[in-house]
Design a protein around this ligand. Sequence first.
Ligand code: MLT
Length: 411
Amino acid sequence: MALINENFLKLKAGYLFPEIARRVKAFTEGNPEAAQRLIRCGIGDVTEALPEAVRYAMHEAVDELGNRSTFKGYGPEQGYDFLRNAIADNDYKARGLPIEADEIFISDGSKCDTGNILDIFGQGNTIAITDPVYPVYVDTNVMIGNTGEADENGAYAGLVYLKCTPENGFVPDIPQEKADLIYLCYPNNPTGAVATRPQLEAWVKYARENGSVLLYDAAYEAFIQDPTIPHSIFEIEGARDCAIEFRSFSKNGGFTGVRCAYVVIPKSLMGRKKNGEAQALHPLWSRRHSTKFNGASYIVQKGAEALYTDEGKSQTKALIEHYMGNAALLVEACKNAGLSVFGGVNAPYVWVGCPAGLTSWQMFDKMLNEANVVITPGSGFGSAGEGYFRISAFNSRANVEEVCRRIAALK
Ligand code: MLT
């Protein structure tokens, strides 16, 4: 028999969202009537239709592929120039940020990118993650062998956990110890917290002093409402030398099913070889992309490009307004129910303290059984998430209004 990667055996039960799906399936099979009333606010999956500009662009792209003279086979692994240029111009240069098109790598999703990025880093790095955290960062480090076993609280040996609590506004303090790779996600999934400019400046300073790389997940940047909050780590001076940024079209453009995202790796960003020599990370990721990926589909990239047209921008804005309107209603309903509420102001996630005495999974069961609403238990995001639950604002307005009524009716 072939040897297996035993690191997989260290992983906790199921990945959070399939585990929720499993429990919901069992509930709906056992309660067919309640199943009719079920409203899903668990996984952050968009519900509204793709912007019209995207649909037109994708239809046109299909027609191009249907004609021999405009047909396209394999595209550039790193992405088509038309999309890389649109991103560089709109997301960076228009904001005065020094990012070039060839520093942008198109992919089929940030989940894959944040996991795959570990391919270009060696073993033995000290890895810091926030707690609570998007589980992909932890699980992919476990899979690749960067951790030991988990303890009884689910914390893996070898990882540095940066606790996020109401006291620090769910933005962790800069660690005393040196970490080589630090995962930061702002606006945050799951807490909805945002990092201020001074907080990000402190992280960039720390990273530059310690030779660390910040893995900055900005998948939710489009939901920021506060004009003082940075949308990109590259708004911070010096970040080109210490940060990789992940962005996605999933949540702003409604692409969770379409699949398109990108990674920015500045050419000036360096890692080091075992012998201490510096090595740029950009060519490593480019090489990795060429070897393991054949590029996002032409049709999808054409759709993503359309998000940067005037129509695309205004349709995206309307989507964001819709989801943030939902978030505001959920925040208000939870506050009126006497719960402590965080997030939901610059992010599509509302992070809520469980009623006294209930654990996160007990609250999950209560919401499922009594309100027939699916939420995400905070403990699924790490031990510091215990005692909280997350409500996703990705839903129709009618469903969110109904969720608010059911929250008000909870005993
Ligand atoms: C979530 O619910 O946290 C997100 O949908 C996960 C993801 O984007 O992969």
